[in-house]
Design a protein around this ligand. Structure first.
Ligand code: FES
Length: 85
């Protein structure tokens, strides 16, 4: 995995914040109900009750060398039971 990626830190089950990163597997784990997301697969859910992957925020480097968002999240942020468009 190269570069920098950004994802919503709100889990897609019942809104706990992302809290645990497993460096060797590149997995993010939720301490609330143990949903596990794989950073090498665009934060796809690989275990647990989360309804969908963590939304990714597209980023780039601007002319001054700062990381900036290219747009808003492409997917709604938050739990799957929240209103989704
Ligand atoms: S809120 Fe994270 S798995 Fe339930």
């Amino acid at each position: 995995m190269d570069g920098i990626v950004t994802y919503s830190d709100t889990y897609t089950h019942v809104r706990c914040p992302v809290a645990l990163y497993e460096q060797h597997t590149h997995h993010l784990l939720c301490p609330c109900h143990q949903s596990t997301f794989d950073l090498t697969q665009e934060c796809k859910v690989i275990f647990g009750p989360a309804g969908h992957a963590l939304p990714q925020l597209p980023i780039t480097v601007n002319e001054e060398g700062f990381l900036v968002a290219q747009s808003d999240f492409h997917e709604p942020v938050g739990p799957a039971y929240w209103e989704r468009g």
